[in-house]
Ligand binder design. Sequence first.
Ligand code: ADP
Ligand code: F6P
Length: 485
Amino acid sequence: PTTEPQSGSGHELVVVANRLPVDARTLPDGATEWVTSPGGLVTAMESVMRTVDSGAWVGWAGSPGEAPEPFEADGMHLYPVALEQEDVEKYYEGFSNATLWPLYHDVIVDPVFHRTWWDSYVSTNRRFAQAAAPVTSRRGVVWVHDYQLQLVPEMIRAARPDVRIGFFNHIPFPPVELFSQLPKRNQILRGLLGSDVVGFQRESDSLNFLASVRKLLGYHVEGHVITVPGIGSAPAREVVAKTFPISIDSAAVSALTEDQDVIERTAQLRRDLGNPKKIVLGVDRLDYTKGIRHRLKAWQELLNDGSVDPHETVMIQVATPSRERVEAYRQLRDEVELTVGRINGDFAPIGRPAVSYQHRSFDRRDMTALFMAADVVLVTALRDGMNLVAKEYVASRPDLRGVLVLSEFAGAADELRAAVLVNPHDIDELKAATLRALAMPEEDQEEAMRSLRRQVMDNDVQAWAHSFLDELEQSGKPQDDAPAV
Ligand code: ADP
Ligand code: F6P
């Protein structure tokens, strides 16, 4: 059966991602509530798609079972893909988040592999490809996102040789020595090479990918261009693998800081915490890659040795619930909550926390108020594709106040050179950086923040999307002999 759309139908730009921009939640009365999905991918792509006329987004609605019918939201056409409970366990929690995620993040925890997880990864990727192929217009563009869907480009190419296919990896791509451990590694590379352009966050990720293609598949690589040999009589194709550091809707975040309601929420937040002299903030999904344990250890030691006075300084740790049925995430939550309890038991004055721990989601306004209230933001990821929180903090400080402490293992460290850069594995360095940030004179804060803002305000997510799509436009050569619709 043909997967091509009827003449004149289909969307010119189709985004394919594991999650839709909104998650369906069933309320106690059986009604469905739609809430923004977690993670940086959605933050970034949602604002890109808002500027695209009649774009489509293919993804999972966040709960197992039947998929809702396609629907429209904010001018976007959403095509839900169904994941059965077994797919959620094997494709999403298993191969995506217990095999690929730890392996691609430098094996901070041990990757687990089961062959049945791989089978589910293949069949689920096929389901996403089958949902995207028929809704893409003739010679349209399909933009596939992230590690959960690395086989989708090749599957779409097989069904729709007329379309251009881009893939963007939001997380790191590991060095070839680590990637080589992955069972089915060559199938993953071939899946990705179904694309015309494969994009990465950092130059080191692009280089790691190119090295893996050269070493494991033996394909010719020149600069950023890979020659993929054709099968049988099919001609060879060229695939570009390049670096496109993702960003945020910087102007929209910055504009929120002028909103009277957000300004009032910022003041209220400080009052609620007892008007401390300084507020230190961490905002992360509750994920072992984010270095939350290292951060809390450093904070605990600073309180313990008296370098920080809990009557004057409060830490807020926002930890969004994430992947709660995956073992490493359960353990992390237990450890973080135990440590927060100990810190508060040992150091919190009556009526005020030493660490205010928030295990839930906040709306954009509250998030901006948190950034505006924070004197120091700690981004201490042990490994992170980009880390949009770092950029959101900078965009939230047009007043040029506040200090960003940033791990050199976050992609953002390649661009945000004026931050206080740290190796979060070194607890002494982390403590010293936190103290330096807390004591930084206002002139120095202003100088650093001005430089950071130049970077973030000039390089926003719209510019990122344009540069990726421009590259795709130039490099993709849809097959001219592809069947006409
Ligand atoms: P990741 O994609 O790994 O989650 P990023 O830092 O790139 O990490 O993106 C996280 C995004 O999620 C940011 O836009 C951040 O503001 C948002 N976010 C994080 N925690 C929360 C929360 N508790 N409530 C609402 N949004 C959150
Ligand atoms: O790139 C980061 C990312 O893994 C996205 O792919 C994902 O949507 C987000 O973080 C949140 O994770 P999850 O979808 O597993 O809740």
